[in-house]
Design a binder for this molecule. Structure first.
Ligand code: FE
Length: 199
């Protein structure tokens, strides 16, 4: 089974001025595409060739000899997920059950946002900040490099890519500004709410 690069769920310029078409051209068209291409090359003619992306991630997560396959497979999954975590005119507060759960868990949306930003900004080097649900409980997670909640028993509801390639063309070294913008103008809470309902 060949893995393919999914289309962005919006136009390449739809997240401007917050994330430029230039950033998405590289981030989706070059970085995400490279993970897809590398994964297909690495699994060719192996017992993973006919497995789903999730099966590959779980099968390689704890195997030191398959780190490259895990990294590329996880990054394919992470990026596809991340594109859906943003939308034009996104941002602000969630609604419905998700809003109630966030307020119950963190005290307020503002406290949640501050803690999420703290996780995103303090992830040393490359990685991801996440809102996850685990056994019915919401929590914030951060992971290095390609690591992701599904191999730690948690279900991802939302993520922010904090690899430099996600923001450097638009924000240079200002990761805190990028994360603020992500929460204020981009995050797609409808997507997270759908995942919470399905969890
Ligand atoms: Fe990325």
């Amino acid at each position: 089974m060949m893995h393919t690069l999914p289309n962005l769920p919006y136009d390449i310029a739809a997240l401007e001025p917050h994330i430029s078409a230039n950033t998405l051209t590289f981030h989706h068209g070059k970085h995400h595409q490279a993970y897809v291409t590398n994964l297909n090359n690495l699994i060719q003619n192996t017992d993973l060739a006919d497995k789903s992306l999730e099966e590959i991630i779980h099968a390689t997560a704890k195997d030191p000899e398959k780190v490259s396959i895990f990294n590329n497979a996880a990054q394919v999954w992470n990026h596809t997920f991340f594109w859906n975590c943003m939308k034009p005119q996104g941002g602000g507060q969630p609604t419905g059950d998700l809003k109630v759960m966030i307020e119950k868990t963190f005290g307020s949306y503002e406290t949640f946002a501050a803690e999420f930003k703290q996780a995103a900004v303090t992830q040393f080097g490359s990685g991801w900040a996440w809102l996850v649900v685990e056994k019915g409980i919401l929590r914030i997670m951060k992971t290095p490099n390609a690591d992701l909640p599904m191999v730690h028993g948690a279900t991802a509801l939302m993520t922010c890519d904090v690899w430099e390639h996600a923001y450097y063309l638009d924000y240079q070294n200002r990761r805190p500004d990028y994360v603020d913008t992500f929460l204020t103008h981009l995050v797609n809470w409808d997507f997270a709410a759908t995942l919470l309902n399905a969890s």
